[in-house]
Design a protein around this ligand. Structure first.
Ligand SMILES: [Zn+2]
Length: 201
């Protein structure tokens, strides 16, 4: 097969190669594994993709993805209304939920500030955070951002932004490895970082 050909198999490989952690080589391997197992993988995957693409929505409150908006977390009345945990990505929300240490609500920024990539405050879900704080009289904002340079730039921007609101601002305790993303932390480290959070200033 000529790999420059624009046929369905090559298209499939190209799409798979775009997934995080995969490149062209792994993309080819994954494509072949899927194609060879038509009943076991290919058709169930096709159905799962269809289901997901039809049913998934973005939560109008926190920016999470779920099958309904507001999402299951925002619809849960038994959480602590006073605290919102701000995270970069949905994977961070999942990590904190897995650790089962946090009882409040979330707010997903959808990325971090990065001048080179053209990500400014307007590209992030920041204004809605201000609205939520005002509307719900939120008492504490936990900035659960990664220890990357961009994560820390975003942290300092948010600390300045939140000065205008009557709200306590905290950040995760040390113990987050430099350059580390929340998703890579084990539950114990993440739990400790949240429990021993400190005032952000
Ligand atoms: Zn939500």
């Amino acid at each position: 097969m000529n790999f420059d050909d624009k046929n369905e198999i090559n298209n499939f490989i190209k799409l798979l190669s775009k997934l995080p952690g995969l490149g062209p080589r792994s993309g080819r391997r994954a494509a072949l594994a899927i194609i060879k197992q038509k009943e076991k993988l290919l058709i169930p995957l096709k159905d799962a993709f269809n289901d997901i693409s039809e049913k998934i929505v973005v939560c109008e409150i926190c920016n999470n993805i779920d099958l309904k908006s507001p999402c299951a977390i925002c619809s849960n009345q038994n959480k602590d209304m006073n605290i919102i945990c701000v995270v970069e990505e949905i994977s961070d929300l999942w990590a904190i939920e897995r650790a089962a240490v946090f009882k409040g609500y979330y707010h997903i920024l959808g990325g971090v500030l990065n001048a080179l990539d053209g990500v400014g405050p307007d590209q992030l879900n920041i204004e809605k955070l201000g609205q939520r704080i005002k509307q719900n009289k939120v008492q504490e904002i936990i900035l659960a951002l990664s220890a990357t340079i961009d994560g820390q730039t975003t942290l300092h921007f948010l600390i300045d932004y939140l000065e205008d609101f009557n709200v306590k601002v905290t950040k995760l305790a040390h113990g987050i490895p430099i350059g580390g993303e929340l998703d890579y932390l084990d539950d114990g480290t993440l739990t400790q970082a949240i429990l021993s959070r400190t005032a952000a200033d």
